[in-house]
Design a binder for this molecule. Sequence first.
Ligand code: NAD
Length: 693
Amino acid sequence: MSQSVTVTRDSNVAIVTIDNPPVNSMSFHVRKPLAEALTQLAGDNSVAAIVLACAGRTFVAGADITEFGTDKALASPNLPELIAQLEAIDKPTVAAIHGTALGGGLELAMGCRYRVGDATAKFGLPEVKLGILPGAGGTARLPRLVGPLAALKMIVTGVPIGAKEALSSGLIDAIADGDLVKSAITFARDAVERVAALPVSQRNAKVENVDMAAFEKQAADLLKKSKGLDAPRRCVDAVRNAITMPFPEALKTEREYFIELVMGDQSRAQRHLFFAEREATKVPGVSKNDKPRKISKVGVIGAGTMGGGISMSLVNGGIPVTILEMNEDALKRGMGVIDKNYGISVSRGSLTEEAKAKRLSMFTTTTDYADLADCDLIIEAVFEEMGVKEQVFTTLDKIAKPGAILASNTSYLDVNQIAAFTKRPQDVVGMHFFSPANVMKLLEIVRGDKTAPDVLATALAVGKQIGKVPVVVGVCHGFVGNRMLGARGAEAEGLLLEGALPQQVDKVFTDFGWPMGTYQMWDLAGLDIGWRTRKSLGLTAAISDTLCEMGRYGQKTGKGYYLYPDGRTATPDPEVEALILEEARKQGVNRRDISDEEIKERTVYPMINEGARILEEGIATRSSDIDTVWVNGYGYPVGHGGPMFWAELEGLQKIVDRLEYWYGKTGKEVYNPSPLLKRLAAAKKGFADAATA
Ligand code: NAD
């Protein structure tokens, strides 16, 4: 292993280089030698100035998050102590920044008197995304450099800025001209000749006479998007303190907030999700030797809701697409929707007209399968009927070039059966996107019995290239997400008949942090979809069927379980309440008060139970994959870490007990506790022990 910190000299300038691959995080084994080097250089009279630089691909990209919540994070010198020591050095100190100076890395850089950035460098404090706030002076120093409003935006959103903005806002002092370290050395040598800049903590000009009304307005605007999370609120408090308190006090409060957040469940949940997403790309049976196939051109079959969104995702990720439809009219309609969606981005300012034109030029349309013959990957998004899928895959088998990957976006159908329509089942895989496909991050990659490892590697690589969060799952009805969603909604009709109303059930969900509840979601998706499926299977659901018979399909008809006077906002409807009461009377159900706790036990617990079954059957590799699915595909609130993470906080034994209670009362399978869940609860273990339990 190379040394984590080395010191070299360029005559009277000392260059301290941090080398802690892969991203130079501020681990204890970096902090300790760095502090020692700084002590030595501070006392060395032959050193006039110090440049702090990093080896490898980036400046310090953050604290070492594997140390969070452990003694190592606090071990002296901790990051705040190190930065205080750096700031106290009475010589010009210059951070030479390339790559990404994030979190603890940017805080370290702000401990220097000056910062020189590479033209492509990025600067940010993304701690909020892990449920914490910058805990090493970032909230107190950044406002002193860029002003409170700009600092507030960077800290509350966690979104980094580029070098030009960093220079104009005052975060950095210069953009390197050519070689970064050489530029920083020249800058340092010049600084020796000038009047010394104050330490950042003593630069008060930008935090004096602040327009507090403007500050509070921006804070309120930013917090609107923070969905009940503690960290963004604390970020605002900390930046406000930087204005209203003397620096040492602001620093002390920031540290208190940091410790409060880092010890809390929300931050634990968000860190769990951070690691879960990375872990999800490790797939049993897929090794580094399974190189992804080259994908330069993709075919998409079907230009409906999903085909259009999938095509946009691919093009946005730089991959040209040929869309195939049944006829020119369908193509025209599909391309019209795509054009309109890009138009919305232009009107919002997130896309330029030129960029829109460039993207549209990457689409080709056809009604002739021969035009898909040279595609490396073909994704099918036609009607959800096995007969139609058979037609499509039989044709694809005839026309696709050898080695082309044939993917289905099916929501529920058996991918093995689909693969068997071809003579190349090894090349067939499920690529299940979520609606709207150009927005939702989740990509369930469905592995058939015969899917080749390099096909999975390719699907993972394409997913990452187009900005999705891919999770590999096994074949079953509805895979991971929709199968659990089914369990969550299994008692939705029963709850209404027995005494609840849609708005009461949905409020339990939105209070927990979900963007919407079960009935609001159904109204959004369209009640007619489930109605048609039930009819084809000979099933009924009295309330939902009646709503459909009344033409109430949900948002698209202006009414469903709710009224939508403005087209979007769900408003309780007395007519629906009357319908529910009438249906209960007809069925002889005596309605009673249903508690919020009961609603949770009869919606969320069955869903967790289904998750445990999925884990036990090996449909998901690990429980954290299930959490990743739910957070990225269904709006599960990040502060609760996903259903499986939350279940452990709730207590597995408690969940088993209540499932058994409801199973005894109703005899319904959704409540029958999975053997795995029972074993884990009895052994007082968590889902991480599933493999050995
Ligand atoms: P859709 O009805 O909006 O679009 C389907 C399109 O496929 C239509 O434009 C139709 O003209 C076209 N089509 C049908 N048969 C065809 C054929 N033989 N050749 C070429 N084109 C054909 O449906 P959708 O909602 O986009 O669903 C498509 C698939 O995606 C289904 O398998 C569905 O289960 C799945 N899916 C849907 C969602 C969702 O929320 N809508 C989410 C995930 C997956």
